[in-house]
Structures are given as structure tokens and as C-alpha cells.
Design a protein around this ligand. Structure first.
Ligand code: CUA
Length: 335
């Protein structure tokens, strides 16, 4: 099959333009350090590559000249001393280049491994195919549990503990830091110090099954005040249903399979197999980034999850139109 080159070029250019998920637009201290390595490697390797191509071109042009005029004069055209000097310069360039790359890589690696003082401690757990996020608290009522969203305060280091419940995943927030694997039975750590407010997108970066590509994490870097406001909201138990339809929806939730897998703080629902839904309506997307969080998408997702995310563990819940309407009303009230 023939694929037009322009299409690939357009995809590459457009992908580079997206500032929500790109390592070319660092918004965190660690990403800035990695950016230094990337630019150094690009400069050194690009320079050497250009030199090699220039010499290759020069050699090709030279080789053609004698052929055109008759007998080739191989071996006599360069004087020995010039050749030796050229080779010595070339070797020196290679040694300098490699030494520069090694030193940069070593220094940045040491900087990335430094412990940050007074970090915010967060635990992120990879599941097929969603992210469980838990903020440490001094007492149990200060712990925040959420899913598929990560709020970080500006300029405060966050120490993220990475775990996996099933297979190996990898957390990569390109704007903020490098990637690190989440491995079952092991705890990995990643420090992120955000330096610019904004919304970013993280993506699982290790193939983890059918829906690997649909394992996204919404990342928000908030000012200290905004983060505190979010924290206050997130610590509160779920909103109590206020309308008859919302109350009916809560009843549908508690009487069906939903209650087995999901937690809604302040209710009987305490399942941990699926994402915590206490403040579900405050999230931008659902199903690990597959759908935007709105009524139509939510109803469609509950009625037939396999249609949106083949292989997901979320079972289809068969409901009447009225029940579905009430359930969606209830879930979308959980701000
Ligand atoms: Cu999780 Cu790929």
C-alpha cells in the first residue's frame, strides 16, 4: 500500500505542535534537564552526521573526476601528512563528542536522582487500562483517591510511587518528566517538580495489552491556591443526591454490578477493582481517556463498554431507559 509522504510529514508536524503531550515543550524541572540531554545529543550527533555526509559527498565527487578524464590516480592525490592530520582531527572530534555526551548524560542523571525536600507524596497504580491515583494524608480522612487525573501544585516537588496491579505499565508525562515503569511486586519512584501551570497529557508508554493506547492520564499543574481548593473538594465525601432522579440513579448504582467495582465515598459503594467515582463528574474524560465526560458518552459507555474499549474489564450493565437516565443523572452530579 502506498502512503503519501506528505501525510506522514503532516502527522509528524502536527504531533510536534501539540503542547499538551510533547517533550519539546518542557514545563517541569526534570523535563528541562532531559531537554538539555536531548539538545546536546541532537547537536553533537547532527554535527557529526553532517560532517560524514559532507566527506562522503566530497569523496564521490573526487572519485568521478579522474574517471571522466581517463586513467584514475588512486593513492597519489592526497599527501600522506594531510591524510594523517585529517585522521587525527577526526578521531579527536569523535573522542570529544563522546566525552561530551557521556558527561552531560552523567550530570543530568545525577541531578534527576537527587532527593527533593518536603515532597508531596502520591501513589500511582497502573491497571489494565486505567490509573489509580492516591494522595498520602497524615490521617485516613486526609487521603485522596481518584483515577485517571493527577493534580500537581506548581513548584512543589511531587514524589510519585509507582505500582502495578497486573502487568508492566509505564508512566510518561513528556512535558514534566521522563518515563518510568510500573512493575507488579515492585515500587518505583519518580520525582516531578512542575514549573509551569497548565493541562498536560500522560500516556502509558509500555505495551500492556489490547487497550494500551487508551491508557491516558489527565495532568493538571495548579497554582498553590488552586491546588488547595481542589484538595479540599477532593477530600469531601460524594455529593448527596438532591433530585428524585439522582436519588433513583443512586439506587440503580447500589442495586447493580456498579457497586462491586467502584467506590463512592460516603455511600455503601466501596469496590476497588475499578476507578473511584466519588468526584466522577469533575473529570474531563472517562474510560482512561477514551471518551469525553458527558451524558451521551457516559450512557453509551455503561451500556456497551466493549464497543468503546474492546477488552476492558468493565461489564455491560443492562438497564431500562429510565434507569440509565437516572444513573447518568446521579453520576454527573458527583462534582
Ligand atoms: Cu498500561 Cu500500556
Amino acid at each position: 500500500m502506498k502512503r503519501p509522504l506528505t501525510l506522514w510529514l503532516a502527522v509528524a508536524v502536527l504531533a510536534a505542535c501539540s503542547s499538551r503531550q510533547t517533550m519539546l515543550d518542557p514545563a517541569g524541572e526534570q523535563a528541562q534537564e532531559i531537554d538539555v540531554v536531548w539538545r546536546t545529543m541532537l547537536a553533537v550527533c547532527g554535527f557529526m552526521y553532517a560532517l560524514v555526509l559532507a566527506f562522503l559527498g566530497w569523496a564521490l565527487v573526487r572519485a568521478r573526476r579522474p574517471l571522466a578524464t581517463g586513467a584514475p590516480k588512486v593513492g597519489h592525490s592526497l599527501n600522506e601528512r594531510a591524510l594523517e592530520r585529517g585522521l587525527a582531527t577526526w578521531i579527536a572530534l569523535i573522542v570529544l563528542g563522546l566525552a561530551g555526551l557521556t558527561a552531560t548524560s552523567f550530570l543530568i542523571d545525577s541531578a534527576l536522582a537527587r532527593n527533593a525536600p518536603g515532597p508531596l507524596r502520591i501513589r500511582v497504580t497502573g491497571n489494565q487500562w486505567w490509573w489509580a491515583v492516591e494522595y498520602e494524608g497524615s490521617t485516613p480522612d486526609q487521603i485522596i483517591r481518584t483515577a485517571n487525573e493527577l493534580h500537581l501544585p506548581l513548584n512543589r516537588p511531587a514524589l510519585i510511587e509507582l505500582r502495578a496491579n497486573d502487568v508492566i505499565h509505564s508512566l510518561w508525562i513528556p512535558n514534566l518528566s521522563g518515563k518510568r515503569d510500573l512493575i507488579p511486586g515492585r515500587v518505583n519512584r519518580l520525582v516531578i517538580t512542575p514549573r509551569r501551570e497548565g493541562a498536560y497529557r500522560a500516556q502509558c508508554a509500555e505495551f500492556c495489552g489490547l487497550e494500551h493506547a487508551f491508557m491516558a492520564l489527565d495532568v493538571r499543574v495548579d497554582s498553590a491556591a488552586d491546588f488547595e481548593a481542589w484538595r479540599e473538594r477532593a477530600l469531601a465525601p460524594a455529593r448527596v443526591p438532591t433530585t428524585a432522579n439522582q436519588r433513583a440513579g443512586q439506587h440503580v448504582f447500589m442495586q447493580n454490578a456498579c457497586i462491586l467495582c467502584h467506590t463512592i465515598a460516603g455511600t455503601d459503594a466501596a469496590g476497588v477493582t475499578g476507578p473511584d467515582l466519588t468526584h466522577f463528574a469533575a473529570r474531563r474524560t472517562i474510560a482512561g481517556g477514551v471518551l469525553m465526560n458527558n451524558r451521551e458518552a457516559l450512557a453509551s459507555w455503561i451500556a456497551n463498554p466493549q464497543a468503546h474499549k474492546p477488552g476492558t474489564n468493565m461489564p455491560a450493565v443492562t438497564l431500562s431507559d429510565n434507569e440509565m437516565n437516572a444513573l447518568v443523572d446521579y453520576l454527573e452530579s458527583l462534582q
